[in-house]
Design a protein. Structure first.
Length: 360
């Protein structure tokens, strides 16, 4: 282990002692926001310091074992102990490096998943419905809670647009790389000649803003329209103007919700989605400025980027960012996305590691 990394971990050990002491302070305990921030920092420091202490312990074990190599009766056992400790040291070093990679604090937050039909008309809307089912099945497998914030169903099935709130462990961090253009190649149900058509949808995954750091929406910059809900929705539909559409005038961003009987709840949901969209826009613009010299392989999240192709005749999914091709499209469309998500997260970690080692 490099000396610079050792010094960093030793400083972190001192910081952990400070955090442990601070969290017993009555003044800190009474300030909920500060207590939460320090608790999160303590949790991360504990994990890293724990790995480093184990690393030092195994180094000491090697020193002790090497001292026993001269003893004929103990030599074999000492060699086995050295081999075991050296193997564990390699694993611990890798875990420490991974734990030191820059973390996005938003990774822990709930996410808004937005799916929009693109080119391809009815077939694109049907594909948007298939993507929605795929993601909802995946959330179900992970034990995450989902809530439809707004939906605009298409006439022949599927969606023109759907926004779902997803709450669960690492929801945003897990789904963040799904943002971008998703392309489908298949024979539509309406195609009598059996020709393969290509259509597309865009997906955007946005972290739900932390209440403390939420975008402040100036009422003067908002236009709020009420209208009657449309589509299937029970007896109340078309009887009251409970649906809400909010337009952020400076940017033109729009959010609407018509899923609840209560105008008040629809307004709250639309506000939450609008705040997430505004924050996502700010993040994207900032990331574009910062990453101008070196574009990240998997991290841009630009909706215009074509990130993935779903080829139904060949049963193939291809993620173009990391050249991943899987021939199990049926399972993937049924929400079995762990292999894809894992590969994208590994690619991101490798990128971050290379940037750290290169000092950039």
């Amino acid at each position: 282990m490099k000396d610079s990394l050792r010094h960093r971990l030793e400083r972190l050990e001192l910081r952990l002692a400070e955090l442990d002491e601070a969290l017993t302070d009555v003044a800190v305990a009474s300030d909920v926001a500060r207590w939460r921030t320090l608790s999160r920092e303590q949790s991360e420091a504990q994990r890293l310091v724990g790995l480093y202490r184990r690393y030092r312990q195994r180094e000491q074990d090697i020193d002790v074992a090497q001292g026993l190599l001269e003893d004929v009766e103990m030599a074999q056992m000492a060699r086995e102990e050295i081999a075991s400790a050296e193997s564990e040291l390699q694993e611990l070093a890798a875990q420490i490096q991974t734990a030191l990679l820059p973390r996005d604090p938003d990774d822990e937050r709930p996410a808004f998943l937005e799916i929009r039909a693109g080119t391809g008309g009815d077939e694109s809307a049907l594909f948007a419905g298939d993507l929605a089912r795929m993601y909802l099945r995946y959330c179900e497998r992970r034990g995450w809670r989902t809530e439809v914030m707004s939906e605009s169903p298409a006439e022949l099935g599927g969606y023109k647009e759907l926004v779902v709130r997803i709450e669960g462990e690492q929801a945003y961090g897990t789904l963040r790389f799904e943002s971008g253009g998703h392309r489908v190649q298949r024979v539509p149900a309406t195609e009598s000649q059996g020709r393969i058509h290509t259509s597309a949808c865009t997906v955007a995954v946005m972290p739900e803003p932390d209440e403390a750091a939420e975008v402040t929406l100036n009422p003067a910059e908002l236009r709020i329209d009420t209208f009657r809900a449309s589509g299937a929705g029970g007896q109340h539909v078309n009887k009251t103007d409970s649906a809400i559409r909010i337009t952020h005038l400076p940017t033109g961003l729009v959010a609407e919700c018509q899923d609840d009987r209560s105008q008040h709840r629809n307004k709250a949901k639309a506000m939450a989605v609008l705040a997430a969209r505004l924050r996502d826009k700010e993040r994207s613009e900032r990331a574009a400025r910062e990453a101008a010299p070196r574009k990240s392989l998997v991290g841009s999240g630009d909706r215009s980027d074509r990130i993935r192709t779903y080829n139904f005749p060949q049963g193939r999914l291809t993620d173009h960012r990391i050249n991943l091709t899987l021939y199990k499209l049926g399972q993937l469309m049924d929400g079995d996305l762990d292999e894809v998500v894992g590969a994208l997260q590994a690619a991101r970690a490798a990128e971050q590691l290379a940037a750290l080692e290169g000092g950039g």
